[in-house]
Write a protein that binds this ligand. Sequence first.
Ligand code: ASP
Length: 461
Amino acid sequence: MKNRIYIKDLKESVGKEVVIAGWVDVRRDQGKMVFFDMRDMTGKVQCVTLPVHPEAIIMAKEIRPEWVLEIKGLVKERNDKNAVQGGGVEIEVLNIEVLNKAETLPFDITTDTSEINEETRLSYRYLDLRSDRMQKNIRMRSEFVKRVREFLFSKMFTEIETPLLTESTPEGSRDFVVPSRLNPGKFYALPQSPQQYKQLLMVGGMEKYFQIARALRDEDLRADRGFEHTQVDVEMSFVEMEDVMNLIEEMMTTVVESMGFVIKQKPFPRITYKESMEKYGADKFDMRTEEEKKDKKILAYAWVVNFPFFEKTDEGKWTFTHNPFSMPIPEHIEFLMKGENIENILTTQYDLVCNGYESGGGSIRAHKPEILEATYKVMGYTKEEIEDRIGHMLEAFKYGVPSHGGIALGVERNLMNLTGETYLREVVSFPMTRGGKTAVMNAPKPLEEKQLKELGIKIGK
Ligand code: ASP
């Protein structure tokens, strides 16, 4: 659009004729004069139509909320306290061009839309996104990711993408699977995390990797958990626990402080899993006082370390608590190798907790094939099963592997802390409903007969 300027910049154009474009927010018809607020991605401004511009008045009487307009007008100073956002200016309308009309919206977007029925809100998510709160949340998410990227680039990290169509990984959840047309009866799995690829990147000499990665897990949905989430996924070579924890601590501090947040305690307190269970009865906790909880700008980070490596399954077998690719703490490698004292083996896992949520977690990895193999033996895998599951990792680890470790930080969980939201859907552009239905679009849905045939799939009754 020619010469369009943003509403936030109007104050620099006082006395000038400008063009703005956006949505009609609210309209007040006072007979001789019509007032309406215009909204673009940068703010709102009041527009006034005066009797001296009769054509503009006629048009202004016709327009309705959420119509999309291009307005030519004169920027005027306005210092009274009724002036809407837009920095003490208003626009005297000279001409209104209607770019698009709007029907009455299914719900009011000028209020906090969290009260609106979820199904309705998500069917019309694109309207919901126009509300102040959603605009703020989604933009804050972008700001957070941008600052994380900038920090990691400043520390010599390389951003690398890893495949979405991949092999099922033993990450502890159910996989989403994708049928292969070229290989009927065979399936890809969508990644629960880029865990193995990022380790293979370390084998590949990349040394410092990160990715804003999508992770997919077919788990029951909860307020703070969706089928897909985004993580800041990091892996580094030649590091010990302290190196990763210190880097991530510096990253979070740099990022959130630059966004105006206050960290309750620096350096982040470190607490063992055992102490955490004794003190809080859980491995995630909120260290803020009741007073501090009311202030949305306070972030109470803590590290939890010394987690048990294994726990018993319902069937009485050993399974990993966090990550099968982890290294035990150095003093316990011996136990693992001998398959002794399993219940007491501690892992190099570190979890970052913030305001009651787990905001990230990672570990130092077993980079020697015999250590990784020993973990799978403890979990009761036979030689053949180990080969089938992680044979490619054991093979890769034969060819000169740096020690390495990493972490993944949940973007949504972190944004929930920054925005003060208690539901994941408030920080995701197009979240699913509680029943696992996509926003706006109609998935999941049946495939056509032809597609099923192509994939060699028969649906059971
Ligand atoms: N892969 C782990 C996860 O997604 C994180 C990590 O250990 O780096 O939870």
